[in-house]
Design a protein around this ligand. Structure first.
Ligand code: NAD
Length: 280
């Protein structure tokens, strides 16, 4: 069901990973649109401060704990008088050679970036099917449509989230429940600290979290299942690029310095994010 922008007023939304970055921007924009918002995050103190600043509610949430996730949706529903939307945004991004990635990091990335999204989609999807309406918004990545070296586990999870959305768009067709998959390029948040897009491509690839938030608002207003590229030209361009034979594609990728985005990390600039990731 399409909702006019006016229709976002009073929409009851839960956002995971809403303490900072893209999740915070999504919550902020939705509050500005008149939606009622609950954010959930492992960083509860930061989530509390964010919620106070934005005028929404914060709850503790680790998306890898299914029981806690169910409780989060219960509490969000109780606080808002029901739930219309779940935004599965929480995520981490380990960077480095796959063979050197410790098993805990690999597991944690899959647990948060993939299993957390599957769990949230299933738990909210059941509620939405029962009430006959609802919208699950999954924040994937452009790296769910083209892969980068030194981000293998992350790409594996994001490809899976894009696949999930494609499957459910068909499976849930006509049910009143929508699933949107948001695929941003490089977003200026701490998650990409120390990474450098290839020279000259910054204007094409780099966006602010507010642009991702705008795409979520657009998807909710449109009210139909789809995969959304932010910026809008990125994923369609990638799809055209994937028609190029693999070896040539890899050569072009290297020629424009694509491989250096993740191999030439500024370790100092990434140190704070790395510490947060290791404690996640
Ligand atoms: P961020 O690190 O700024 O914010 C991520 C938030 O998720 C943090 O508040 C963190 O505490 C929370 N979080 C982490 N693990 C959690 C868990 N187990 N349970 C609950 N909350 C948890 O990162 P961001 O850039 O805002 O990323 C948000 C989403 O956008 C992620 O899924 C990421 O993969 C995706 N994304 C980011 C970019 C980018 O360039 N920044 C690009 C494409 C997609």
């Amino acid at each position: 069901m399409a909702r006019s922008r006016q229709g976002l007023r009073g929409l009851r939304v839960a956002v995971t990973g809403g303490a900072q970055g893209i999740g915070r921007s999504i919550a902020e924009r939705l509050v500005a649109e008149g939606a009622l918002v609950v954010i959930g995050d492992v960083q509860k103190d930061l989530a509390d401060r964010t919620a106070e600043a934005l005028g929404c509610t914060a709850l503790a949430l680790d998306v890898t704990d299914g029981v806690e996730f169910e409780g989060f949706l219960d509490q969000a529903g109780a606080a808002l008088g029901g739930l219309d939307v779940l935004v599965n945004n929480a995520g981490i991004m380990p960077i480095g050679p796959f063979l050197e990635e410790d098993d805990r990091t690999t597991t944690r990335c899959v647990e948060i970036d993939l299993l957390g999204v599957l769990t949230g989609t299933k738990l909210a999807g059941r509620r939405f099917r029962e009430q006959g309406h609802g919208h699950v918004v999954n924040v994937a990545s452009a790296l769910g449509t083209f892969a980068s070296p030194n981000a293998a586990t992350y790409c594996a999870t994001k490809y899976a989230v894009v696949g999930l959305g494609e499957a459910l768009r068909q499976e849930w067709h006509g049910s009143g429940v929508q699933v949107s998959t948001i695929c941003p390029g490089f977003v200026r948040t701490e998650l990409i600290a120390g990474m450098r897009p290839p020279a000259g491509t910054e204007r094409l690839l780099m966006i602010d979290p507010e642009q991702v938030a705008a795409s979520v608002v657009g998807a909710l207003a449109r009210g139909r299942s789809r995969t959304v590229s932010v910026p809008s030209h990125l994923v369609p361009s990638v799809k055209v690029f994937t028609l190029v034979p693999e070896r040539l594609r890899d050569r072009v990728f290297r020629a424009v310095g694509g491989h250096r985005v993740t191999s030439g990390l500024d370790v100092e600039k990434r140190a704070a994010y790395q510490r947060r990731l290791e404690n996640s």
